[in-house]
Design a protein around this ligand. Structure first.
Ligand SMILES: [Zn+2]
Length: 725
């Protein structure tokens, strides 16, 4: 299931289908993901570029493998990764990474390839070992519950013969239910049924913290129901967008055919589905509009929601999802629900059935037989991200296991792969970065005293989670066995949705994690005012356990600072120290902040990663602010750490230079044009090169460290520089 939390993460490593975030595997059955205003600390949802199959294991993964091996023993900074034909003053990203970029073409099963992909592959290898070991253990002795569940889930997924011979059979029962729908009441029941399985349908419904009373979890209703990655895919009129829409209709046709429909009927059905989704897309807010938490906060009772959608009987819907009392409901996008009501009534029962069949087969494709996996990859992998080959089966099964049983797999992973000393060093870094942020708040010239005091209070209140949860999730009521991979993933989705819905009306559990331990990512959650660093990211090139301070502050230090400054970016600053959406800035300080932040929108809107395609400076504002603040705050923290130590050069570089080189190497990545295009529409993060160079060009200490001339491309003129922290 792919519920996306509001929290802001460091990367959006997978193509976010409808969302933000990490290299998180496709949840098996799911496409529902709330817009950013829904803060749900569950799985950071994404549909990863679909599954791969076993024969692909050869070329692609062997290539990835050798790169992973090479990275394992690499020194913190390696001059072989540089391209010294490029001047640091022209393009620091390419200067620091050009050698690496040339030596590391994108493997066929990937849509981009950079430092964090290498780390993800390293973690995949570890998880592969963990899962294989679990199978061994469970075969030879009575295993503990986590080992048993991981073993059974993984084994069911690796039983390729069984999965392939089942063909569309795992869908049969659900398809029968859809075939039997007779009236609009049946349509409503099926919408609820699909929601319980984590499958998107018409709209989204889950639980999340109340933005204005962050101690409580309330109902959250939000726009959803699309099969393409964003509403813009339905509304844009350029040729490339039209072509993708045609390819989508072809894909829906093929999937319906595989699921048993007659080809001509499937084609007609796909056209109708496209028309329905287009109506929903038109009623949906843009990603930029979804960034405004005030606009997306519309708390009401059931009666209020009922007025927006007079023909949809919410009482019946709540009964179907086993929700006794919906209580307060935040309706993220009221106009969307008005549009959804129209689609609900204007669509014929037969068209509804096709829409349900499509979303069901789409959500379950990864756990079905090869034909489904291949067709899913042909569109969501090849067309949308440019990937050329499926990932090998074991990687897809690991991703699915992480999605379904992330804290069971994660518990086994950290026991073998997360050294306790990594946590201690990370704790120390967090302390120093927090200290540097406090300095930046106290010493800046634009905030007034009252706002400074409130900001310091918020900074002090930020809680920190490192490595893995103190309290592991209890999967004892989830039945996992070796008889059906698809059934396992479906039960895991039902279990997760039910777990989310059960939180409604209850106090928030502050101990929960929104990412699994092996995840190579980090996040800030404004409702909990917390920063979270899973074990997976506390490794090179972010974190060198034995590396010098400079490189570590440029890597993980800047990541920590990035997350902390999210608490003060244009969105995060609207939440107070206990996570409530509340104005705590004086009008004057807020105005000065906004003037400064507006500059970053202009700066990034000028960047043109592909001919004619610019970065959306508004969509990426929060992340760009966090990158800009992150590098500056981490640099301050380094200065403090070095204050009483001799400043030695290492490999010919001063600590300051090593800091900025450490920052640059975190962002090294090659990316396919298709994937870049997708991200320019959906990803709130800027492309890697601009994440590296944008902040540096605003940073006087960077200019000084490399002795760069005024007026060069890597030094923005003082009046255009973003200067907040
Ligand atoms: Zn971020």
């Amino acid at each position: 299931m792919k519920i996306t939390p509001l929290f802001v993460a460091l990367f959006c490593a997978a193509p976010l289908f409808a969302q933000t975030e990490p290299e998180k595997p496709a949840a098996p059955l799911a496409s529902a993901s709330p817009p950013p205003n829904v803060h749900d600390a569950s799985k950071p949802a994404d549909k990863i570029p679909p599954p791969a199959t076993s024969p692909a294991e050869g070329a692609s993964s062997a290539q990835a493998q050798s790169q992973v091996e090479a990275e394992k023993n690499a020194p913190p900074l390696d001059k072989n990764n540089f391209d010294e034909s490029i001047k640091p003053s022209d393009d620091f990203f390419s200067y620091a990474n050009g050698g690496w970029l040339k030596r590391n073409p994108i493997p066929p099963d990937q849509s981009r390839w950079g430092s964090f992909n290498v780390l993800i592959e390293k973690n995949n290898d570890a998880l592969h070992d963990v899962a294989e070991k679990a199978v061994q253990t469970a075969t030879t002795q009575k295993a503990d519950p986590e080992t048993q569940k991981v073993a059974d889930y993984y084994a069911s997924g690796m039983d390729e013969a069984a999965v392939n011979s089942a063909k569309a059979e795992p869908l049969a029962e659900e398809m029968k239910r859809i075939d039997a729908i007779k009236d609009r009441q049946g349509v409503l029941s099926e919408i609820a049924r699909l929601h319980r399985m984590g499958v998107t349908s018409l709209f989204g419904f889950t639980s999340g913290q109340d933005d204005k009373n962050s101690t409580m979890v309330i109902s959250q209703a939000y726009q959803a129901g699309l099969g393409l990655p964003d509403r813009d895919y339905y509304t844009k009129t350029d040729d490339a967008s039209k072509k993708i829409r045609d390819q989508y209709v072809d894909h829906v046709t093929k999937m319906l055919t595989l699921a048993g429909a007659d080809a001509a009927k499937a084609k007609a059905a796909a056209g109708k589905i496209m028309a329905m989704e287009t109506e929903l897309a038109k009623a949906s807010r843009t990603k930029v509009e979804l960034r405004d938490p005030q606009k997306n906060y519309n708390k009401m009772k059931k009666d209020g929601l009922q007025k927006l959608t007079p023909d949809f009987k919410w009482a019946d819907y709540f009964k179907e999802i086993n929700l006794a009392d919906a209580g307060d409901i935040n309706v993220g996008q009221p106009d969307f629900f008005k549009g959804a009501n129209k689609v609900f009534t204007a669509t014929s029962i037969d068209d509804w059935k096709d829409y349900f069949r499509w979303h069901l087969v789409h959500a379950g494709a990864g756990e079905l037989s090869q034909e489904f996996v291949d067709e899913d990859f042909a569109f969501y992998g090849k067309v949308l991200t440019g990937a050329q080959e499926l990932k090998p089966r074991w990687k897809r099964v690991i991703a699915s296991t992480d999605s379904s049983l992330g804290e069971a797999l994660g518990k086994l992973y950290v026991a073998d792969y997360f050294p306790p000393q990594a946590k201690a060093r990370a704790d120390e870094l967090v302390g120093n970065v927090r200290g540097a942020m406090a300095d930046a708040i106290q010493s800046n010239s634009w905030m007034d005293d009252k706002t400074k005091q409130a900001a310091l209070k918020k900074l002090t209140a930020i809680t920190v989670k490192i490595g893995y949860p103190d309290k592991w999730r209890d999967y004892s009521k989830l039945d996992i066995n070796r008889s059906s991979y698809f059934a396992n993933s479906m039960r895991a989705s039902l279990f997760e949705v039910d777990r989310q819905l059960k939180k409604i009306g209850k106090p928030v559990d502050r101990s929960e994690w929104g990412m699994t331990p092996p995840t190579v990512n980090a996040y800030y959650n404004p409702n909990l005012n917390e920063i979270v660093f899973p074990a997976g990211i506390l490794q090179p090139p972010f974190f060198f356990a034995n590396g010098d301070d400079a490189v570590n502050y440029g890597g993980i230090g800047a990541v920590i600072a990035h997350e902390i400054t999210h608490g003060f970016d244009d969105q995060g600053r609207q939440y107070d120290e206990v996570g409530n959406l509340r104005e705590w800035w004086t009008g004057e300080s807020a105005k000065k902040y906004k003037e400064r932040a507006d500059k970053i929108v202009k700066q990034y809107s000028e960047y043109e990663p592909l001919p004619g395609l610019h970065i959306n400076g508004e969509l990426t504002e929060g992340e760009n602010l966090a990158d800009d603040g992150g590098v500056k705050i981490a640099f301050r923290a380094l200065q403090k750490a070095l204050a009483n130590k001799p400043q030695e050069k290492i490999d010919g570089f001063t600590p300051e230079q090593r800091f900025f080189l450490g920052w640059a190497q975190v962002w090294r990545a090659n990316i396919r044009d298709e994937s870049l295009k997708l991200r320019l529409v959906t990803d709130p993060h800027s492309p890697a090169k601009f994440r590296c160079n944008g902040p540096l060009s605003n940073t006087p200490e960077f200019q000084k460290a490399f002795n760069l001339p005024d007026g060069c491309p890597m030094v923005r003129p003082p009046d255009k520089r973003v200067s907040i922290w």
